[in-house]
Design a protein around this ligand. Structure first.
Ligand SMILES: CC(C)(COP(=O)(O)OP(=O)(O)OC[C@H]1O[C@@H](n2cnc3c(N)ncnc32)[C@H](O)[C@@H]1OP(=O)(O)O)[C@@H](O)C(=O)NCCC(=O)NCCS
Length: 232
């Protein structure tokens, strides 16, 4: 319901309390002021808010919240130096990986960190073969920077692109982000191909903007806008 001050009023899908948001927040993920859970604000004129529509399903994968039981699979990914080949930091040791997971399990979009991390699990086995997520990149939390890692034993089978497409639709359609970006090392061929294949637009090349393994390297910035997602 939209009242005369352009507020949308609806019942929180988590705690049932009546909540109000400015119309500007229609269709975006916001914290419920009563229970603090992440919810999606009703559309203008609507009366129903939603929980974040997770998990996400694709033909072969489930993208879901991480749980403490994912530790062994997470460590396979985060302790692998190859995953960090084009990054400034990493790999993590076992204690750092455990701490990373403990933090990721508790993430809420309304936290000061403003991060969401999901596990990429196989439909048929629930084996966690990758991680993907975003971090808000603007003050209004309408833009985010996303990244993806796939366990090296499961690469080049289309899992990365399959997961990334579902995640971009979730970001830009389901939780109302305006723009999603991704940065990648110009020599990271797999990442450049994945970001291109999923329909992100290469917007910029930064010269020698990161210091990796003793040298300055170039990065690309890719982006996708909400209007680039085909309407259902
Ligand atoms: C980038 C990454 C996520 C790709 O995952 P993936 O599951 O192998 O991706 P896909 O199988 O969907 O492949 C996507 C495209 O990359 C290509 N590709 C995958 N690995 C490649 C490689 N080592 N060399 C060249 N191309 C490669 C695929 O052929 C495909 O392109 P195509 O369909 O045009 O042939 C994975 O390599 C990875 O985790 N890398 C380390 C972390 C990283 O760099 N993340 C990117 C940060 S945004």
């Amino acid at each position: 319901m939209l009242n005369e001050e352009n507020y949308i009023t609806f019942a929180c899908p988590k705690c049932g309390n009546s909540v109000e948001y400015l119309e500007d927040y229609a269709g975006t993920a916001q914290p419920c002021p009563y229970c603090g859970e992440d919810i999606v604000v009703a559309n203008a004129g609507g009366t129903e808010g939603h929980s974040l529509p997770l998990p996400l399903s694709t033909p072969r994968l489930i993208l879901r919240r991480l749980t403490p039981g994912d530790l062994a699979d997470i460590l396979e990914i985060l302790t692998d130096p190859e995953v960090y080949r084009y990054e400034e930091g990493g790999p993590l040791d076992e204690a750092e990986g455990k701490l990373w997971l403990e933090t990721a399990v508790k993430q809420k979009l309304s936290d000061s960190e403003g991060k969401l991390s999901l596990g990429i699990a196989q439909q048929n086995s629930d084996k966690l073969i990758g991680i993907l997520g975003f971090r808000y990149s603007d003050r209004d939390r309408r833009q985010a920077d996303f990244a993806i890692q796939i366990n090296r034993s499961y690469r080049s089978q289309g899992f990365g692109s399959e997961a990334a497409v579902a995640f971009l639709i979730f970001c830009l359609r389901d939780i109302g982000l305006h723009r999603v970006t991704a940065r990648c090392d110009c020599s990271n061929v797999a990442s450049v191909r994945l970001l291109t294949k999923v329909g992100m637009r290469k917007e910029a090349e930064y010269r020698k903007d990161r210091f990796v393994d003793g040298e300055w390297v170039n990065s690309y910035r890719f982006a996708m806008l909400e209007e680039d997602i085909p309407r259902p």
